[in-house]
Design a protein around this ligand. Structure first.
Ligand code: F6P
Length: 326
């Protein structure tokens, strides 16, 4: 039986819509099961500086619909040092926190994995990132909302692309992953997606656009995943414009608009299920696992697996995009 009495909760790395729903779920499921809860502010930084407060059910009222994170977030360099992590551990001991639930992406789970093994400290992770780049879960908290934001923005740009008969390169986030670009392209009927996972796409692009314009289309939209591998939208646009001066080329970088906004129903439900499952995991004495949901089933994914394994792009999605963009 678990010896845990008090659970600390934090959000770290880039904010993602649905993080608040996850904070609410962890807090309430923990209290429901008789645990004490403490909120840690500004991610791992708050562990080092001791920015911690007790959390009751009221602390998480009326937040399920809010974007961002009420606990704030940070990318903490100090936590990457052994000294920083020791200070964080001392804070946990002082606060009487005997388990952590951390919500974040790749960097957050990497920090958790190192800390958990150094101090033999129980940690459960929730995948909170718009990038959807964590292995062991079909989607991450925030991904669906970001995808919908992209869809709405691209739909609007399509109006201008069609009216002016232009070729738009639209850059979306994803760090080194192409999930947002590929699925965003399918959802908006874009002509192509340039993603880091498929390097040949760049070479095929010019031909594709040429064919598109030659046939019937009077506008084209290409979604480009931000990444050194793709070179980004600006780079591609310059290349295409040089080769095809007859096209009226424009670039839009969607940027941080993709990280904000009220979470979709999908993300709220995902966050609620995952937050609740995090407490089940601690009750079952699970250690150092990320909560994933695959094929609608909760799974406990060891940190190592979630971080180290590349999450593959579904080839069927690529084929669908290619077939439908002719
Ligand atoms: O990981 C989420 C993310 O939005 C990535 O898609 C992007 O590359 C990065 O964070 C941007 O980080 P920042 O907001 O710190 O510039």
């Amino acid at each position: 039986m678990s010896q845990i009495k008090c659970i600390g909760i934090l959000t770290s790395g880039g904010d993602a819509p649905g993080m608040n729903a996850a904070i609410r779920a962890v807090t309430r499921a923990a209290i429901y099961n008789g645990f004490e809860v403490k909120g840690i502010y500004r991610g791992y930084k708050g562990l080092i500086t001791g920015e911690i407060a007790p959390f009751k059910t009221q602390n998480v009222s009326n937040i399920i619909q809010q974007g961002g994170t009420i606990l704030k977030t940070a990318r903490c360099q100090e936590f990457k040092t052994p000294e920083g992590r020791k200070t964080a551990y001392d804070t946990l001991v002082k606060e009487g926190i005997d388990a952590l639930v951390v919500i974040g992406g790749d960097g957050t789970l990497t920090g958790a994995r190192i800390f958990a093994s150094e101090f033999n400290f129980p940690i459960v992770g929730l995948p909170g990132t718009i990038d959807n780049d964590l292995f062991g879960t079909d989607t991450t908290i925030g991904y669906d909302t970001a995808l919908n934001t992209i869809m709405e923005a691209v739909d609007k740009i399509r109006d201008t692309a069609t009216s002016h008969e232009r070729l738009f390169f639209i850059e979306v986030m994803g760090r080194d992953a192409g999930f947002l670009a590929l699925n965003g392209a399918i959802a908006t009927g874009a002509e192509a997606a340039i993603i880091p996972e498929i390097s040949t796409e760049v070479d095929q692009l010019e031909e594709l656009i040429k064919n598109g314009f030659r046939k019937s289309k009077n506008s084209s939209i290409v979604l480009v995943a931000e990444s050194p591998t793709t070179g980004g939208a600006m780079h591609l646009a310059e290349r295409v414009q040089k080769e095809y001066p007859q096209y009226d080329v424009r670039v839009t970088i969607l940027g941080h608009i993709q990280r904000g906004g009220s979470p979709t129903a999908h993300d709220r439900i995902l966050a609620s299920r995952m937050g609740s499952a995090a407490i089940d995991a601690l009750l079952e004495d699970q250690r150092n696992v990320m909560i994933g949901i695959r094929n609608n089933e909760i799974e406990y994914v060891p940190f190592n697996k979630a971080i180290k394994n590349d999450k593959p792009i579904d080839r069927e999605l690529l084929n669908t995009l290619r077939r439908l963009s002719i």
